[in-house]
Write a protein that binds this ligand. Structure first.
Ligand SMILES: [Fe+2]
Length: 481
């Protein structure tokens, strides 16, 4: 989200669901008049930074796990004028695991210049991209840990969660950076984009495997939209140009994003080299925060799976996320469901199908399959009960671990066991673990749960009791030692 992302859920939510969107302008956007959003129960920000050692574990942590689980999310500091959750300062919660033990927990704000009070606009009127909430994701690439937020530059973080500073890749990154870059498992390159309210509205970038910015180009779109995610395949980048259009009239009143039916919706296919034209394919208007995966099939078609919001679901969700009460337009509200588009470049067509009817968000997978054929998609649901879900895209089978009505569940990050899921191997994709932070709805307790990804319905193999309630947040990663 614009600097903002938030999660919510469709409907009432609670938990995890949606994220935020924010847009690149969001935050400035939200302004001080935006009402506080979801600041009760499991959403309540923590007031301080703590650490705790040798955490209690129920069950057995897999001995092979040696690293850190780090999750990002908005956490407005005490006394914030505007505690709108989308725009809150990023806070990292980390758990160090080694030798079958949970060695420590700690939480730290990302020490951005925004947190220090800097203005987004410089005296000369230019935008300081370092001024952003850094509240949406945390990834590792090229040996750097980066806290991400689509409203600006990433922030480099240490393994102890201390902030190093804003990262512009040697001065080469001149746009914001999405919170959802894609690392190609074949090349190790990191593909990403930046959205801007000013031109260029959309810019494609690529980092080499060792973290050098090696390519940037602008991509022509009719207007800046809240493009939160995108996809790669083996040979292509897939753009989602959807009708969540920035609207300057909303600046200072709410998140400056509005559904614009007239904008239409289209998927764009671009060669991954970044060279050549983008080929656009019109689709039914919808919105997507999160892509599950994309791949090429044996016929050269591009198969894209993502969590889709229809118009009715958007109308039920965005006024809450966007900090603005407005009449709902009605229309079908299927909820946020897993959906598939198949683009056939040879025929010039695109078809789409709803894959499942469970209301879900936060799709994850074995990232060794990013842009390649995958079989298992992991998701979380809050309705009818908080659950971690494993969906088999080949058979349509679904299994889940339900936490019950008293709990909320965050994104379930897949952690491969050693060589699992290498592209080209049919077996092994689900050999690994899922990690998720759960918080009770009253905001009194949290656990880091670890599930066997091949046996989700069996429930956690380990539960690490965290020393405090961790507010529901957005995205995170397992950083192997
Ligand atoms: Fe996201």
């Amino acid at each position: 989200m614009t600097d903002t992302e938030t999660e919510t859920h469709t409907g009432t939510h609670t938990g995890t669901g949606t994220e935020a969107a924010g847009a690149t302008a969001g935050e400035e956007a939200a302004g001080d008049e935006t009402p506080p959003l979801m600041v009760a129960g499991h959403m309540v920000p923590v007031p301080d930074e703590i650490e705790a050692f040798d955490l209690e574990v129920e069950g057995a942590l897999p001995p092979e796990l040696n690293g850190r689980y780090i999750r990002n999310g908005p956490n407005p500091p005490p006394g914030s004028k505007n505690p709108h959750v989308f725009t809150g300062a990023g806070m990292l919660h980390g758990v160090r695991i080694a030798g079958g033990k949970a060695r420590w927990y700690r939480n730290r704000w990302v020490r951005t210049s925004k947190l220090a009070g800097a203005e987004r606009e410089r005296p000369d009127g230019t935008r300081d991209l370092a001024v952003n909430a850094a509240n949406t994701h945390l990834i590792e690439h090229g040996g750097k840990l980066l806290a991400l937020c689509e409203g600006g530059l990433p922030y480099r973080i240490t393994g102890e969660l201390e902030t190093v500073g804003a990262e512009d890749f040697g001065g080469l990154l001149e746009t914001a950076m999405t919170a959802h870059p894609k690392e190609d498992p074949g090349t190790g390159r990191l593909h990403f984009f930046g959205v801007g309210l000013q031109e260029p509205a959309l810019t494609y970038h690529r980092l080499s495997a060792d973290g050098e910015l090696e390519f940037s180009r602008s991509v022509e779109v009719p207007a800046p939209t809240m493009m939160h995610d995108f996809a790669i395949t083996e040979h292509h980048v897939v753009w989602l140009d959807l009708p969540a259009v920035f609207d300057r009239e909303l600046l200072g009143k709410a998140m400056p994003v509005r559904w614009n039916e007239a904008y239409g919706a289209r998927l764009g296919v671009m060669d991954k080299s970044g060279l050549g034209e983008v080929r656009w394919f019109e689709i039914e208007p919808c919105y997507v925060f999160h892509v599950g995966n994309a791949r090429e099939d044996d016929h050269g078609r591009i198969v894209l799976d993502a969590v889709r919001y229809d118009r009715g679901t958007w109308d039920a969700t965005w006024p809450v996320l966007g900090g603005r009460a407005e009449p709902q337009e009605g229309g079908t509200a299927t909820g946020t469901v897993l959906h598939r588009w198949i683009i056939d470049p040879a025929a010039g067509t695109v078809s789409e199908t709803q894959l499942d009817d469970l209301v879900v968000e936060f799709p994850t997978l074995n990232e060794n399959r990013t842009g390649r054929r995958h079989r298992y998609q992991y998701l979380v649901s809050q309705e009818p009960a908080a659950a971690v879900v494993r969906y088999d895209v080949a058979s349509g089978a679904r299994e889940s671990y339900e936490l019950g009505a008293r709990w909320t569940v965050g994104e379930a990050v897949f952690v491969p066991s050693s060589e699992a899921g290498v592209p080209g191997q049919e077996g092994g994709e689900d050999e690994g673990w899922l990690m998720s932070v759960t918080t009770d709805v009253d905001g009194t307790a949290s656990e880091l749960i670890v599930l066997d990804a091949s046996e989700v319905s069996a429930g956690p193999v380990a539960r690490v009791r965290l020393p405090r309630a961790v507010p529901s947040g957005f995205h995170g990663s397992w950083i192997a030692e």
